[in-house]
Structure formats: structure tokens, C-alpha cells
Design a protein. Structure first.
Length: 103
């Protein structure tokens, strides 16, 4: 499912955010995965992806960057995506018997 050196940020033990960097001028996506299944995604314009990529190293900085972007663009979809990610962060998801995210 994941390629080596992809930009992946853990949300919790079984949930990650993966940045899918499409070639310009196309949109890039930030995908929310839980137990290796895609739950949701949100698209970003080429000029927005730099901010996302710079903040992928840590969950808190990524969420802060998303909120900053949202305050600038005021997108209903981005607001809903952020709320969903925060919901997963707040939950104590227990993974299957294998334990953890299967990558």
C-alpha cells in the first residue's frame, strides 16, 4: 500500500495520514487511512502542497498547518476533514490481532 519514503504521519496506532504528491499542475491529496483502509481524503492546490509537505513530520504541526490553510481558504470540506482526523486522534482505536497498522 505504501511506497518507501512516502510522506506519512501517524495519527494513532492504527491510523495515518499519507500525502499523495501529484505532479504539478494537478492537485495533491492528503489521505486518512485506518487499518490500511482509506477513510477520507482532501485535495490541495499545487501552491498549498508546500505547506503540507513541510509539516508532515509530526501530527501537531500538520494539523496546525491544515488549520492555517483553512483559515485562509475557509473550505467546508477541509474543515470536515480536519474534524475527522481529530476524531480519529481522540479515539483509542484498537487494531486487529496483528497489532498496529499493516504497512
Amino acid at each position: 500500500m505504501f511506497e518507501p519514503f512516502e510522506l506519512i504521519t501517524p495519527v494513532n496506532k492504527s491510523t495515518v495520514l499519507k500525502f499523495v504528491d501529484a505532479n504539478a499542475p494537478f492537485y495533491s491529496k492528503l489521505c486518512l487511512y485506518h487499518n490500511s483502509e482509506i477513510v477520507s481524503d482532501c485535495s490541495f492546490k499545487p501552491e498549498e502542497k508546500k505547506l503540507i509537505k513541510e509539516n508532515m513530520q509530526e501530527y501537531t504541526s500538520l494539523i496546525d498547518a491544515l488549520k492555517t490553510l483553512n483559515s485562509n481558504v475557509k473550505s467546508k470540506y477541509l474543515s470536515e476533514f480536519i474534524a475527522l482526523v481529530e476524531k480519529y486522534k481522540g479515539k483509542s482505536h484498537q487494531s486487529s490481532a496483528e497489532g498496529g497498522l499493516r504497512i
